[in-house]
Design a binder for this molecule. Structure first.
Ligand SMILES: Cc1cc2nc3c(=O)[nH]c(=O)nc-3n(C[C@H](O)[C@H](O)[C@H](O)COP(=O)(O)OP(=O)(O)OC[C@H]3O[C@@H](n4cnc5c(N)ncnc54)[C@H](O)[C@@H]3O)c2cc1C
Length: 474
């Protein structure tokens, strides 16, 4: 009996898990393992909020495995020596895992596969975290896509190719279990507990992922096209951290919407695929712009402004609401992500990489592919990016997507008594109105840190020069 090792990574679930299924099909005892190896992530080790989530998700996975008569073996350190040691200790004959697409993981997995095969083990990886492998979708010329709509159409043409796999009903245990490090020793939970708001909002784990998706399909899917851009309404699935940690697979999410309907939502799942496609084919884009001319962009080094943005103290209510939602709950509505990101890179002209880093540390759904895609898209330096002259106006975005000011009131309570008309630009309210609402600008709530109209002109000039274009679109 030579057990199979199943190496869990961003697929912390039992259902629709091809690596786990391969081990079940092999018919030998199964040893599920997780290896905490942040040093192998090349500067993108999970941030604070993700670590909190990972702790909860590993705990949930371990409990789920126990219901199947199994266990989760935890190790820390570099993956290859950890796997080799476990294989020696247990006499394992095979190691199975689901693929990841971040550059550091791709390279590491290639080395792991070669080394384990050289050790005489069956080492095999599977498609468990995407609907289409990045190399399965290509243009007619055989090149990667850089524009979303043709990518989307190519995905639809390729078809889904199969139903999600069932959750195994039992997992054969080995005669003896290898040692496991206690979860607490991975130190994933913060020393100083700042997670109160996050804990109220989220429950990591496969059961919670399934329930979140079920709730959305019952109540939200039909209204998604209408409500998805309204941050005060729970109009999106809020399933992103569950997808990020693989507590639910994109295939399960796609298939659960049924044969017809849900097109607008499934399109978002394809954006997720597009993110992986781009990061796999353009692996430097997590740190560098896809469009090389942007290396010359005259970004500003302004740590004071960056800090005000991070703290939600820019004086632009919709921006501050988003940044405070992020800090408090580890998540931010997509429309507001676009607004705060545009404000950072265009109004403040601070490098998109600074914003991406802050999101990386604070989001529970921090995902290298989606985060890179979102930031490069906003900055105008990525694939299929927003045109460089598109500078989101925080006042009109607020008025359009939060017309009653409900979202701002929730996250910027010092402005709660202002009317829907004034709440998105309090500096234009009369003194009497501000007084009635108990708002003293500069004391209770800051004045805007930049003048949006002037900042927009400066950004457009800089973008125009980058393109060797003396015209600007004012
Ligand atoms: C600057 C910026 C940074 C972002 N960083 C991340 C990130 O680190 N992690 C992350 O998961 N998403 C990121 N996004 C994309 C998007 O904001 C989130 O996926 C979405 O808000 C998650 O909420 P939801 O699950 O309710 O989404 P829904 O609208 O219900 O969509 C369902 C799923 O589709 C995928 N999806 C939706 N929108 C996008 C998108 N624009 N790009 C790629 N996939 C998408 C997500 O996996 C999401 O969970 C970012 C967007 C921007 C503009």
């Amino acid at each position: 009996m030579r057990p199979s090792l199943v190496w869990f990574r961003q697929d912390l679930r039992l259902a629709d898990n091809p690596a786990l299924q391969a081990a079940v099909d092999r018919g030998e005892p199964i040893i599920p393992i997780y290896i905490w190896s942040p040093e192998e992530e090349e500067g993108w080790a999970p941030g604070g909020a993700s670590q909190w989530w990972l702790h909860g998700s590993l705990k949930a996975l371990a409990a789920d495995l126990e219901t199947l008569g199994s266990r989760l073996v935890l190790r820390s350190g570099r993956a290859l020596p950890a796997l080799q040691k476990l294989a020696r200790q247990t006499g394992a004959g095979a190691v199975f895992w689901n693929r990841r697409y971040e550059p550091a993981a791709v390279e590491r997995d290639r080395q792991v596969e070669q080394a384990l095969a050289a050790d005489g083990l069956e080492a095999k990886s599977f498609k468990g975290s995407v609907l289409w492998e990045p190399w399965e979708i290509a243009t007619q010329a055989g090149t990667p896509y850089k524009v979303f709509t043709p990518f989307y159409n190519a995905c639809l043409r390729a078809g889904l190719g199969g139903e999600p796999l069932m959750r195994p009903s039992a997992l054969p245990a080995p005669e003896s279990w290898p040692d496991s490090e206690p979860l607490s020793e991975l130190d994933l939970e913060p020393q100083r507990d700042w997670t109160d708001g996050i804990r109220k909002e989220w429950t990591p784990g496969e059961d919670s992922a399934r329930e979140t998706l079920r709730r959305f399909l019952r109540g939200g899917l039909g209204k998604y096209s209408r409500d998805r851009d309204v941050p005060s309404v729970l109009g999106t699935a809020q399933v992103s951290p569950h997808l990020c940690f693989g507590e639910i697979s994109p295939r399960q999410a796609w298939v659960a919407t049924g044969e017809s309907g849900g097109e607008a939502w499934k399109r978002q799942l394809v954006w997720r695929e597009f993110g992986r496609h781009l990061l796999f084919h353009f692996p430097r884009t997590a740190d560098e712009p896809l469009r090389p001319e942007f290396v010359r962009f005259p970004w500003k080094d302004d740590p004071a402004a960056l800090q005000l943005w991070q703290k939600g103290q820019t004086g632009y209510p919709i921006v501050d609401a988003g940044m405070r939602q992020l800090w408090e709950t580890g998540w931010m509505h997509n429309r507001v992500r676009m607004i705060v990101a545009s404000f950072l890179v265009k109004d403040l002209m601070i490098p998109w990489q600074e914003g991406a880093r802050w999101f990386w540390d604070t989001l529970v759904d921090a995902d290298l592919a989606n985060n890179t895609l979102g930031w490069q898209w906003t900055a105008g330096c990525g694939a299929d990016a927003a045109p460089y002259f598109r500078v989101l106006n925080p006042m009109s975005q607020g008025q359009k997507f939060d017309p009653k000011g409900k979202y701002v009131r929730r996250w910027v309570p010092e402005l709660e008594s202002l009317s829907a008309k004034d709440i998105h630009e309090p500096w234009n309210a009369t003194d009497a109105v501000l007084k009635r609402a108990s708002v003293e600008l500069g004391k209770d709530y800051p004045y805007p840190i930049v003048d949006h109209a002037e900042a927009r002109t400066a950004a457009l000039d800089a973008y125009g020069q980058l393109r060797g274009d003396t015209r600007t679109r004012r």
